[in-house]
Design a protein around this ligand. Sequence first.
Ligand code: HAM
Length: 412
Amino acid sequence: MIQKPRGTEDLIEAEVKEFFALEMIIRNIVDLYNFSEIRTPIFESVDLFKRGVGQETDVVSKEMYTFFDKKNRELALRPEGTAPTVRAILENKLYINEKLPLKLFYFASMFRYERPQSGRQRQFNQFGVEVFGPKSSELDAELMCVAVNILNAIGIENHTVHLNCLVNDEQRKKYIIDLKEYLKSFDLCSDCQTRIETNPLRVLDCKVDGDKFVDVKDMKDYLSDEDKQYYDDLKKDLENLGIDYKEDKMLVRGLDYYTGFVFEIKDDKGSTLLGGGRYDKLVNELGNIDLPAAGFAFGMERMILALKNNNISLSPQSSLDAYVIGLSKKAKQFANILLLMLRNAGLKVDVDFMDRSFKSAFKQADKYNAKNIIIIGDNELKENVVVIKNQETKNEKKVKFEDIVKTIIEGK
Ligand code: HAM
């Protein structure tokens, strides 16, 4: 039998409902913050990610699903949503002043060729927000507030906001010189021996050796006066909003575009639920337009896993207003018309299509959590009635055809 590709998932029944319920809660929250939705293509030019996310990042150098189309264009299934959003803003000229600030969100499938494990797939779904326009610490705090708001709304209250601020320009160069000097005394893993040349900050994030670098110098001590002031303002804004955070000098993030504050939220087991930060140069790098920006994203699957670990279910148990059992061919034909009437009245109903015995049709009704069972036989048809059994009260009564809809609605 052909099986699903490694690192992908089939979502079935209750799992889909849970996903949907999570999405609805998030949609309601981002609506309160006045965000609007953006949808970009599932594949993009490979160059977008090479230039946008960074050639040396793991995402681009190792994890992209790339392919050539029939005209030999090199394309990639999108591994993340920030670079495509920037591309869409530039291409659709959404950067004009009257549209700013642009507050966008997306739900989208992402693809990364990673080693699958719990909470890490090769196809996963991200919810993300990106804000373009102002460089404002209040806005950055608002972004983190959205993230915390979502987590609290779904009941994952046991989490920690990790915060750091990346250095830029000349200060970054100085920091990297000192970092390389510091790292000389360590036996680095093979990946980090490359990273130290191509992307030295990422060494701090190493899954193998990261824990060893505890006394590395704090990047924040290298911040320019302006960046330091901004970061201090951001911390004050977070405090004003009642958002607790933990400063984490090891937090560097795995994508190259960040230029200021970065943050991740981890659950009580230390696994990362979401991440993001400020990326003020990306729009310029991709489109020669100065447009500061910040955002974050989380994996929907990771959130669902966290909900499961906390024994939280967001989707209400589903039920039917009525389940119809037709006992003869004629009764089944009538049942079909009845179902249409009931559905037109906004009632959720279903019928036994499987020719089950009376007993197992009842069992099926229980499985569907039906509030009523409507039984139709030839005798009932002759009398122009059906039997309605209310599953909650266990009352059973004959109801005239014209009163069926009313009876079900009243029993709701
Ligand atoms: P990221 O840290 O690569 O950032 O991914 C964000 C989140 O996506 C992660 O925290 C995690 O919840 C989820 N995620 C990542 N990889 C996987 C995977 N293989 N399986 C399941 N979930 C995964 C970004 O993607 C940035 N674009 C975030 C951002 C938006 N920064 C600014 N704006």
